[in-house]
Design a binder for this molecule. Structure first.
Ligand code: SAH
Length: 267
C-alpha cells in the first residue's frame, strides 16, 4: 500500500514536472539560439534588420529625388547623406517620416532641418576633409553627423541643454562620438577650439555674431540664415579674405527657427 502510494505520488510529480521541464528546455533552446541583432538606442528604440533595410531604401530614394535631383553634386556630401541614419536623429514617433522632404519637430519648439537644406549648406562650405568646423545649433545632431562624415574635426554648440544631452547620446550611439558638443549660447562661439575653417549657423539671426567672425580663419567660410524670426531669411555666405575684409554672398531664401539668446530672440 505504502509502495503504491509513493508510486502514485511519483507519477503525480512527473505529470506536474514534465510540462515545466519541457518549458525550461524550450527557453534554454531559445536563449541559446542567436537572436537577430537589433540596434538599441538610449530612448529604448530598436530596429530589426528588416526595418533598417527599409530605412536604407528610403534614404537612397531621398538622396536621388531630393538631393541629387536639385543639383547637389559634391561626392563627399552625397556619400555622407547616404550614410548617416537620419531616422536615429528624429524623435521616436517620427522615424517613418525621417526621409521625407521636410523639416521635422524635435521638441522644445525646434526642428531637424530638411535633408536638402542640410546637403545644400554642407556643400556650400566646400570642405575637403581636414577642416575644423563649428556648428551653432546642434539640435538633433544630424547636421553635426553629416559634417563628421566629411571631417573628423567638428564642434557643435546648443543653447537648449536637453537637446545637447539628447544629441550627445545619439552621436555616441551612431559612431560620431568624436564630435565635440557643448551647452551654451553659440553667439560667443567656442574660443578654446578656435580658429575654425568653417562655421555653420543653423538658426536664423538678425546679424552675424562678431565673435564668430573673429573665430573664423583667414580664407574661412561662415554660413548663416539672416533675417527676422518666423519670416523667410536669406542664407548668407561670409568669407574672410586674405586682407581681413569679409565678402558676403546671398545664397538661398530659407526658413529656420530663431537664433535665441538667454533673454529671447536675437535682433
Ligand atoms: N542643426 C540642427 C538644426 C537645429 S534647429 C539639426 O541638424 O537638427 C536650430 C537649433 O539652434 C535649435 O536646436 C536651437 O535651440 C539652437 N539655437 C538657437 N539659438 C542658439 C544659440 N544662441 N546658441 C546655440 N544654439 C542655438
Amino acid at each position: 500500500m505504502t509502495i503504491y502510494l509513493s508510486n502514485f505520488r511519483m507519477q503525480h510529480r512527473i505529470v506536474l514536472l514534465l510540462p515545466l521541464w519541457v518549458l525550461s528546455c524550450h527557453l534554454l533552446f531559445c536563449l541559446g539560439k542567436e537572436e537577430p541583432r537589433k540596434i538599441l538606442d538610449k530612448e529604448g528604440r530598436s530596429f530589426s534588420p528588416q526595418q533598417e533595410a527599409a530605412f536604407n531604401q528610403k534614404r537612397e530614394r531621398m538622396v536621388v529625388s531630393q538631393i541629387e535631383a536639385r543639383g547637389v553634386r559634391d561626392p563627399k556630401v552625397l556619400a555622407a547623406l547616404r550614410k548617416v541614419p537620419r531616422h536615429r536623429f528624429v524623435p521616436p514617433p517620427l522615424e517613418e517620416r525621417a526621409y521625407d522632404d521636410t523639416p521635422l519637430p524635435i521638441g522644445y519648439g525646434q526642428t531637424i532641418s530638411q535633408p536638402y537644406i542640410v546637403a545644400y549648406m554642407t556643400e556650400a562650405l566646400q570642405l575637403k576633409g581636414t577642416e575644423k568646423v563649428l556648428e551653432i545649433g546642434t539640435g538633433s545632431g544630424y547636421q553635426a553627423a553629416i559634417l563628421a562624415e566629411i571631417t573628423p574635426h567638428v564642434c557643435s554648440i546648443e543653447i537648449i541643454p536637453e537637446l545637447t544631452d539628447r544629441a550627445r547620446k545619439i552621436l555616441d550611439e551612431t559612431g560620431y562620438g568624436f564630435v565635440k558638443t557643448r551647452k551654451g549660447d553659440g553667439y560667443y562661439g567656442w574660443d578654446e577650439e578656435s580658429p575654425f575653417d568653417a562655421i555653420i549657423v543653423t538658426a536664423a539671426a538678425g546679424h552675424v555674431p562678431p565673435p564668430l567672425l573673429h573665430q573664423l580663419k583667414t580664407g574661412g567660410k561662415l554660413l548663416i540664415p539672416l533675417g527676422g524670426p518666423y519670416e523667410v531669411q536669406m542664407l548668407t555666405l561670409v568669407e574672410k579674405m586674405q586682407d581681413g575684409t569679409f565678402r558676403t554672398t546671398q545664397l538661398l531664401p530659407v526658413r529656420f527657427v530663431p537664433f535665441t539668446r538667454k533673454t529671447g530672440t536675437m535682433k
